[in-house]
Design a protein around this ligand. Structure first.
Ligand code: NDP
Length: 244
């Protein structure tokens, strides 16, 4: 028994990369997956795939920067499946944001998705978790929160904020039997460097040289979720063996 079967797991950013890989792996283990992203056609296709395999799933078009949409996502999940066991706050972006460009609009976009998106998820799910007296919030940070690279100061700042928010949450949420986990992956092969326009050439080369497959992340998520209720995996930092 891996403690994953029949858990209701809400995943933001489920339309590609790490979110999609986690959704597939957890669904295969019998979890009920609620997929959230802006690209509805992609998450609908995943629901169809899971249903064909006899698994329950739901797709809800959601922009994590919109608190009302995050609340609707949580409400729809509870309405359809009666509970939520895990929220995986995974949606994120990493456009090129050199400080020297002073592109405040893009800086604010990154802050809005990577920080406010996570906060919206937390604020939307906490009322349910507090009432249930159980729940698990997993927030996706990054190796970039531990190692600042030239040109990625803004992205690193958002991922550092995610770690701080998660640890602050953990200390308060434990009194409600709510678990909090920070996952900080290294370079993984996803759409991330390309998702926000033309990637910076150095970032692209770096990614191509060391990136590992997304199922590495899914295995880490499974490990955190499958622990018994009294065990909270606080933080996992992992990276490709060949990454500095
Ligand atoms: P992808 O670009 O493949 O996936 C990002 C996901 O986020 C997509 O599903 C996208 O869906 C979703 N998303 C982006 N903006 C929004 C929004 N406003 N509202 C809702 N969903 C949104 O990248 P990854 O899978 O790699 O990234 C997942 C997370 O992992 C991110 O937080 C990233 O920072 C983090 N990470 C990734 C690493 C890597 O090397 N890949 C390393 C360390 C951390 P849609 O566009 O359909 O809305």
């Amino acid at each position: 028994m891996d403690n994953i079967e029949n858990k209701v797991i809400v995943i933001t950013g489920a339309s590609s990369g790490l979110g999609e890989a986690s959704a597939k792996a957890l669904s295969a283990k019998g979890a009920i997956i609620v997929l959230a992203a802006r690209r509805l056609e992609r998450i609908n296709a995943l629901v169809e795939e899971f249903s064909k395999n006899g698994k329950k799933a739901l797709a809800v078009q959601t922009d994590v920067t919109n608190f009302t949409q995050m609340q609707s996502l949580i409400e729809e999940a509870v309405k359809k499946f009666g509970k939520i066991d895990v929220l995986l706050n995974n949606a994120g972006i990493m456009p090129s944001t050199p400080m020297m460009d002073c592109d405040v609009t893009t800086w604010n976009q990154v802050i809005n998705v990577n920080i406010n998106g996570v906060l919206n998820g937390i604020a939307a799910v906490l009322p349910y978790f507090k009432e249930q007296k159980s729940g698990h919030i997993i927030n996706v940070s990054s190796v970039a929160a531990h190692k600042i690279g030239k040109g990625s100061g803004i992205y690193s700042a958002t991922k550092t904020a995610v770690r701080a928010i998660s640890e602050g949450l953990r200390m308060e949420a434990k009194d409600y039997n709510i678990r909090t986990t920070i996952i900080s992956p290294g370079v993984i092969d996803t759409e991330l460097p390309n998702a926000s326009g033309v990637p910076d050439q150095l970032t692209k080369q770096f990614y191509q040289a060391v990136a590992i497959p997304a199922d590495s992340f899914a295995r880490v998520i499974e490990f955190a979720i499958s622990q018994p209720e009294e065990v909270d995996i606080n933080e996992i930092l992992f990276r490709p063996t060949r990454q500095e």
